[in-house]
Write a protein that binds this ligand. Structure first.
Ligand code: FES
Length: 69
């Protein structure tokens, strides 16, 4: 499924990039261009990062901790 239409990036590509260290939206934008266009995919990309269990230092991890509390 496409996450970012502007950059033609799929959820599989986001998961692969997250596993390689692109575990924040800013890093995803740098690596794949996700969210660097219109920006309307940022929430969906963030959700994919959360599902991918990205790094503990990223904003997603902080959201998980907040949600769990
Ligand atoms: S859909 Fe991702 S930047 Fe536009």
């Amino acid at each position: 499924m496409y996450v970012c239409i502007c950059a033609a990036v799929t959820d599989r590509e986001v998961r692969k990039a997250a596993a390689a260290g692109a575990d924040t939206l800013d890093k995803l934008a740098m690596a794949l261009g996700v969210g660097a266009g219109c920006g309307c995919c940022r929430e969906a990309a963030q959700q994919v990062l959360i599902e991918a269990g990205c790094g503990q230092g990223c904003a997603c991890a902080q959201m998980r901790q907040t949600a769990a509390a």
